[in-house]
Design a protein around this ligand. Structure first.
Ligand SMILES: Nc1nc2c(ncn2[C@@H]2O[C@H](COP(=O)(O)OP(=O)(O)OP(=O)(O)O)[C@@H](O)[C@H]2O)c(=O)[nH]1
Length: 253
């Protein structure tokens, strides 16, 4: 019999490229569930607490339950390689508001390959939007392929950006080997109800001990622009050193 997790909150990560609607999705979940669940939110921004301020001003949750982490450079590092600052933030929130049912952790807006460590979150949602182009789901990457849920967001905009939502969803399902895909718009009540039901199912599985956190896998190597023209940056599992071409460009997080 799996061990019950009923005394620890479900930690749910929300990742995805810049501007796909991660903060808005968290606001939607809070609106849909804050009457029946005890929720908390951690946001990650590179240099600001803008996402936390947006969520506090949206009035979807007691502002005290929304905490910001400023990650400095490399927003993906704080959710994958060195998760200390996020873990401390989650544990502080859980202690201050014991007990919480769900803690939502928003990654800083990043590229297609950012994923959460399974040591930080129990499950993760990866968010794309139709405005990023109908073909983006086909491009794959660990979050698209293996997050617990892929959201194709802002479907209300599809007619204006020439995207066929059923095709984009079918492409996403193919990229995920049939894994769950949700077409969402905050203006479409039926899709919001599906998102709410998904979170409740996940919470029930977490509480019963039947949910097993999955690791979507590390980021693919990617390029960081900097004053010297940039450098290739790779994250290998179990190896927290980042190698950059050039003599003194290796650093550890
Ligand atoms: N039309 C439409 N716009 C949306 C929807 N969800 C979010 N948006 C808009 O998309 C923009 C970006 O939303 P955010 O929630 O800030 O996106 P984000 O992914 O948190 O952004 P970063 O934190 O900067 O990466 C905002 O202008 C939102 O109002 C939606 O369902 N439909």
């Amino acid at each position: 019999m799996p061990e019950s997790n009923s005394t620890r909150s479900l930690r749910l990560g929300i990742a995805g490229p810049v501007g796909t609607g991660k903060s808005s999705l968290i606001a939607t979940i809070c609106r849909a569930l804050s009457d029946e669940l005890r929720l908390g939110v951690i946001t990650n921004d590179i240099y600001t607490d803008e996402d936390a301020r947006f969520l506090r001003s949206a009035g979807v949750l007691d502002p005290e339950r929304i905490r910001a982490v400023e990650t400095g450079a490399c927003p993906h590092t704080a959710i994958r390689d060195d998760i200390t600052v996020n873990l401390l933030a989650v544990e502080d929130l859980e202690r201050d508001f014991a007990l919480l049912d769900v803690v939502l952790i928003e990654s800083g807006g990043d590229n297609l390959t950012a994923t959460f460590s399974p040591a930080l979150v129990d499950a993760q949602i990866f968010v794309l939007d139709v405005a990023g182009g109908g073909d983006v789901a086909r491009k794959g990457g660990p979050g698209i392929a293996r997050a617990d849920l892929l959201v194709v967001n802002k479907t209300d905009l599809a007619p204006y950006v020439g995207v066929d939502v059923p095709t984009m969803v079918a492409d996403a399902r193919a990229a995920r080997d049939g894994g769950e895909v949700l077409a969402l718009s905050r203006t479409d009540a039926a899709s919001v109800a599906e998102l709410r039901a998904w979170v409740l199912r996940l919470l029930a599985a977490h509480r019963s001990g039947f949910h097993v956190p999955q690791d979507p896998g590390p980021m693919a190597p990617h390029f960081h622009a900097d004053d010297d023209g940039g450098a290739l940056h790779a994250h290998a599992d179990g190896d927290h050193e980042h190698s950059h071409p050039g003599a003194d460009r290796t650093h550890a997080h």
